[in-house]
Design a protein around this ligand. Structure first.
Ligand code: ATP
Length: 236
């Protein structure tokens, strides 16, 4: 089943066109990676899907419903959650309070407690640090917190914006292992990355974005093997 359908999407900032007639799909149960260099338009696409930026043209459907005009709050409530680039955890709030913020649209206390348990079992390090100010976590731990917070809303589709950015290699591997685990547990993932190698290794399918345009698509393995991708993104 098609979970997310982006059709002919364009995004402008004033006269600058950041996204140019982009179309792609994410099917239920997949990890789909969108890769591209700095400024290719990856974040703009993600922010448009989550309702933080409005498209200048094109449509976005989530679970069969148009969402490109819906407010961000409604989009989250419909089952889609974004982990922004740079994490953005709330400083001054504890790890636990940050996680609770992720469930603010959900009124079911019992379900929230169950989701918290699941997040802590997936990220034991967060449970150990649950009373610590989120701002004092390491970069990798903040990434885990941001992912845990997004999972607290029990999304059907998780949007991840460069989760490996700025992390040490050991954390990068851990984050990608966690993404695979999230998929196994039944959450669909749209992953935006500059780390093409890792992103395509775990992706069912991928798309390559260049200056706002989609130029290539295929399975993760096909893209990893393609000369174009190897030259441009994998250094060989
Ligand atoms: P990166 O990997 O560096 O985050 P990206 O692929 O996510 O890049 P975007 O952040 O979507 O790319 O940016 C695409 C283009 O749109 C860039 O040229 C950027 O300068 C421009 N842009 C992004 N946000 C704005 C904004 N709020 N106002 C004006 N231009 C913007």
């Amino acid at each position: 089943m098609t979970m997310l359908k982006v059709d002919n999407l364009s995004v402008h900032y004033g006269v600058i066109q950041a996204v140019k007639e982009v179309s792609f799909e994410v099917n239920e149960g997949e990890v789909v990676s969108l890769i591209g260099a700095n400024g290719a338009g990856k974040t703009s696409i993600l922010r448009t899907i989550s309702g933080l930026v409005r498209p200048s043209s094109g449509t976005i459907q989530f679970l069969g419903k148009d969402i490109h005009k819906a407010p961000a709050r409604k989009i989250v409530a419909s089952g889609l959650s974004q982990v922004p680039e740079g994490r953005h955890v709330f400083p001054g709030l504890t790890v636990l309070e940050n996680l609770e913020m992720g469930a603010f649209l959900r009124n079911n206390r019992e379900e929230n407690q169950q989701n918290l348990k699941k997040v802590f079992s997936r990220f034991p390090r967060l449970e150990e640090r649950k009373n610590q100010d989120a701002a004092t976590l390491s970069g990798g731990e903040q990434q885990m917190l941001a992912m845990g917070r997004a999972l607290m809303s029990q999304p059907q589709l998780l949007l991840l914006d460069e989760p490996s950015m700025g992390l040490a290699p050991i954390f990068i591997q851990e984050i990608f292992d966690i993404i695979e685990d999230i998929k196994k547990q039944g959450t669909t993932v749209l992953l935006i990355e500059q780390n093409a190698n890792k992103a395509l290794s775990i992706a069912d399918r991928g798309y390559v974005l260049e200056t706002g345009k989609l130029v290539l698509s295929g399975t993760g393995q096909e893209l990893l093997a393609s000369d174009e991708v190897r030259k441009a993104y994998l250094g060989g």
